[in-house]
Design a protein around this ligand. Sequence first.
Ligand code: MN
Length: 251
Amino acid sequence: MRILLTNDDGIHAPGLTVLEEIAAQLSDDVWICAPAEEQSGAGHSLTLHQPVRLREHGERRFSVTGTPTDAVGLGLRKLFADRKPDLVLSGVNAGENLGDDITYSGTISAAMEAALAGIPAIGLSQAFRDRGPGFDAATAWGARVLAPLIDVQMAKRTLVNVNFPPLAAEDVKGIRVVRQGFHDYSRGSLVEGTDPRGRNYYWFGLQDAEHTLDHGTDLEAVEDGYIAVTPLQLDLTNHSAISDLADRFVA
Ligand code: MN
């Protein structure tokens, strides 16, 4: 099995080393093509207004001077023209990707780009808390979570989002398959200041985002100490709203 690893924290991120350890338990044909710099919050953006460069860091190890989407897209076109990867893993992100984090997430978007290309794709994220156990849960549980997912025949344009709780490995309670929850960043924190030239600046923070711990959601599962596994689809259509809107255009 050929596995491509990528992320949004950049090729030098500690979480990518964790992902390499996990992938090594699954295959010996593991490649890396990750952004050269941190791209958290880049979402599914594609670099269109400047060229991107592919750098070789070692055997099967490459970086791209662009977004996570660029890294996957360029990797698939240039590195795997002959034989595509069988699986793309993105992460392990330093921080959770729960609820509406997903649309901001470069980690998940890299997996989306692979899913668009018809390749099974899984995003992995490790929730952090202050002075928590770091990547302990992801390191110990990663291969265990991935093994049953590898043979699953997913529907087209479907990917899987995995989040590890901020707990020591032995304190993780298990694995739950759950739906995406709700995370509202629109009223999240905003830092204001003045730059050295006297101009105002603003800096988005991630604190104070509202979220609900509805039953059966990824947010609730991680809060309860479980690993959250959520199948995601790229079709964002709200199918139940189609007939309502269509009725408004009837002459
Ligand atoms: Mn990140």
